[in-house]
Design a protein around this ligand. Structure first.
Ligand SMILES: [Mg+2]
Length: 387
């Protein structure tokens, strides 16, 4: 059976700051979505990750279906009314457009969708991250789908041995978003070169090479600032990941997420802190909004969901969280100094840029020559490595 899994999420307001949605706003979304079960939807599940409400839906309408997207949009709109009535912080903050135009992409909410031919035992993982950008999944997904040190299935299973195709989005190109398709392991070093920059590049999809019709991963890569033209909150990407058999096993993702790579986001979306795996329905951290990700394990048959199992709630992740909390606290000790705060290029929509512009008149030119000095040119010509 052909089934579409759609995950759509938005921050429509939170309690006492950017923490978590109220029980009442969650109930509004849950009610709307539940009423669509058996009509538009086969099944659905609603939860939150930090201050974002995530809607997981299964249906047969395909990706980018206007009816599905409208259902989510209207659920978020209705929840925003409740959020306003409760005086929640940032009520409606991810709903950036006034009128629905057929697809939530480009309107604020994040979405990740996979259309698949259901396997007899369709095992899925839904990832919901908070306080970070779409590149936050780059390292864990790279390690799980391209590195045998973390993903032994690449060596041990014929289904994985041919590797995977990475679709990578350049989110900061001058002419708009652009996409490149690279194969692992053949283009591994090129994939690595791009994915290391999580602020600019993000995995949008991963496909099986052995079974070219089988999509493994979909990540929501929309950037709110590209929609709004200013900083309005971090993107907090959702992802759908198919697991087992021809894909990495659920447990092969654990060590990759336990790395806790530093990613951009956190307080005011302007800092680097490690991505911490947390149980679902965890409030955003009062410790400087350390970026978090939860993982829901689901089984699906004829579009009906069983689960979720809360994949980062197991006891091993208590130890992981302690270590990542140490990383976060160590980074925060250096306050605003880079790389604790993001580079200026990532702060262009923040107040610091206009503040620095005001200093322009006070600068005096001390050395007019911008070209490389002869010594530097010589070093390049003779192949010396710069420091
Ligand atoms: Mg959020």
């Amino acid at each position: 059976m052909r089934v579409t899994v759609s995950v759509i999420k938005a921050d429509i307001g939170a309690v006492g700051g950017h923490t978590l949605p109220s029980a009442e706003t969650l109930a509004v979304v849950r009610d709307r979505v539940t009423r669509a079960k058996g009509r538009l939807l086969i099944d659905a599940f609603v939860c939150h990750a930090g201050d974002d409400i995530g809607i997981i839906m299964t249906h047969t309408k395909g990706i980018d279906n206007p009816d599905i997207h409208q259902l989510a949009w209207e659920a978020f709109l209705a929840a925003t009314e409740k959020a306003k009535a409760q005086g929640l912080y940032g009520a409606g903050q991810d709903l950036l457009k006034d009128a629905f135009s057929g697809n939530v992409r480009g309107m604020g909410p994040g979405s990740a969708e996979v259309d698949l031919e259901e396997r007899p035992s369709e095992a899925l993982m839904v990832l919901l991250a908070d306080k970070c950008g779409p590149g936050a999944f780059n390292l864990p997904l790279y390690l799980s789908f391209a590195d045998p040190m973390y993903s032994p299935g690449l060596m041990l299973s014929e289904g994985l041995h041919d590797g995977f195709t990475f679709h990578i989005m350049d989110m900061d190109h001058t002419e708009g978003d652009r996409m490149i398709v690279l194969e692992a392991p053949d283009n591994l070093y090129d994939i690595s070169a791009l994915l290391r920059d999580t602020n600019r590049y993000a995995i949008e999809a991963i496909w099986s090479r052995k079974y070219p019709n089988e999509q493994a991963v979909a990540v929501g890569t929309s950037r709110l600032r590209n929609i709004a033209g200013r900083y309005v909150g971090k993107d907090d990407p959702p992802a759908v990941v198919r697991v087992q058999k021809i894909f990495p096993a659920t447990e092969e993702f654990g060590p990759a997420f336990a790395v806790g790579p530093f990613v951009g986001g956190d307080t005011r979306g302007s800092h680097n802190l490690p991505l911490m795996p947390v149980p679902m329905n965890t409030a955003a951290s009062t410790f400087f909004c350390v970026p978090t990700v939860c993982a829901l394990g689901l089984s699906m048959h004829e579009g009906r969901l069983t689960g979720p199992v809360d994949l980062f709630a197991d006891p091993v992740f208590d130890a992981v969280r302690e270590r990542i909390a140490d990383k976060a606290m160590e980074m925060r000790r250096q306050g605003f100094f880079e790389p604790a705060m993001l580079p200026m290029s990532e702060l262009e929509y923040g107040g610091i840029v206009s503040r620095l512009r005001k200093l322009d008149a006070q600068w005096t030119i001390r050395n007019g020559a911008k070209d490389a000095t002869p010594t530097q040119v010589e070093a390049v010509v003779h192949g010396d490595d710069p420091d």
